[in-house]
Design a protein around this ligand. Structure first.
Ligand code: ADP
Ligand code: MG
Length: 235
C-alpha cells in the first residue's frame, strides 16, 4: 500500500509588494507518496524554489492546503510549525547555508542541541562519518571544498532522521563529477532510510534518476510523469 506523505490542494501564493507582486503558485494540486523521489524541473523563475519552500513549511500559502504526514500546516502556529519542520523535514540548499564561524561538527550538532536532542554531538559525529567527513569535523566551512560543504549540509539535514528530504539545486554550485557524487549520496541515503526525496534541478540527468519528474512552468504544473503513468494505465 502506498501512502500519501505530502498533499498540496489548490495552492496559491503571491509574493512581493505593490507593483512588484507576482502570482507565483497558481492553484497547484499535487500528491506525493512516501518513498518517492521527485525531480522538479522548469525554467528559471517558474516557481520551483517557491514550491519547495511551501512543501518544506517555510512559506505559507495565501489559499489552499498543504498537508504533510496528515498534519495540515495551516493549523500550526509559528512555534509548532518550526518544531514540525525540525522533526519531519530536512532541507539542503544550492549554496550550502552553513554557519561560517562554526566547525563542521558544530554546524550539524548545534541545531540538534537547539531542538533539545540529547547526545547531539554524538549523533553529529555519526552523521558526518556517514557522509565521509570523519576526518573533517573540526574544519570550518571556509576550509572545506564545495562538495565537502554540501556533505556537511546533508549530514545536518539528515541528523534528525526526517521522513522528507528536500533539496533545491543541491548540485548547482558543484562541478559535474562532484555534483554526481553528491547526487549519489542523496539517493543512497534516501534508499537506506526509506525517505521521500524532493529535489529541484536544472540537470536533466539528475531529474531522470528520480522515480517521478514534475515540470513547472509559470506557476503551474505543466507535466507530471506519475499522471502520464496513471493515464496510460487507465487507457
Ligand atoms: P525558480 O526557483 O523556478 O527559479 P522562484 O520560485 O525562485 O523560481 O521564483 C518564481 C517567481 O517568483 C519569480 O518570478 C520571482 O521573481 C518571484 N519571486 C520569488 N520570490 C519573491 C519575493 N520574495 N518577492 C517577489 N517576487 C518573488
Ligand atoms: Mg530556484
Amino acid at each position: 500500500m502506498t501512502k500519501t506523505i505530502v498533499e498540496l490542494k489548490d495552492a496559491n501564493l503571491t509574493l512581493g509588494s505593490a507593483a512588484a507582486r507576482v502570482h507565483v503558485l497558481k492553484n497547484i494540486s499535487l500528491a506525493i507518496d512516501a518513498g518517492e523521489s521527485v525531480g522538479i524541473v522548469g525554467p528559471s523563475g517558474s516557481g520551483k524554489s517557491t514550491l519547495l519552500m511551501v512543501l518544506a513549511g517555510l512559506e505559507r500559502l495565501d489559499s489552499g492546503q498543504i498537508t504533510i504526514r496528515e498534519t495540515e500546516l495551516h493549523a500550526l502556529n509559528e512555534d509548532r510549525l518550526a518544531d514540525f519542520r525540525g522533526r519531519n523535514i530536512g532541507i539542503v540548499f544550492q549554496s550550502f547555508h552553513l554557519i561560517a564561524n562554526m566547525t563542521a561538527l558544530e554546524n550539524v550538532a548545534v541545531p540538534l542541541e537547539l531542538a533539545n536532542v540529547t547526545d547531539a554531538f554524538a549523533i553529529a559525529r555519526r552523521e558526518l562519518e556517514a557522509v565521509g567527513l570523519g576526518e573533517r569535523m573540526s574544519h570550518y566551512p571556509g576550509q572545506l571544498s564545495g562538495g565537502e560543504q554540501q556533505r556537511v549540509a546533508i549530514a545536518r539535514a539528515l541528523a534528525p532522521s526526517p521522513a522528507l528530504l528536500i533539496a533545491d539545486e543541491p548540485t548547482g554550485n558543484l562541478d559535474t563529477e562532484t555534483g554526481r557524487q553528491i547526487a549519489d549520496l542523496l539517493f543512497a541515503k534516501q534508499a537506506e532510510r526509506g525517505m521521500t526525496l524532493l529535489l529541484v534541478t536544472h540537470d536533466p540527468s539528475l531529474a531522470a534518476r528520480c522515480s517521478r519528474q514534475i515540470k513547472v512552468r509559470s506557476g503551474v504544473i505543466e507535466g507530471d510523469s506519475a499522471e502520464r503513468r496513471r493515464e496510460a494505465a487507465l487507457a
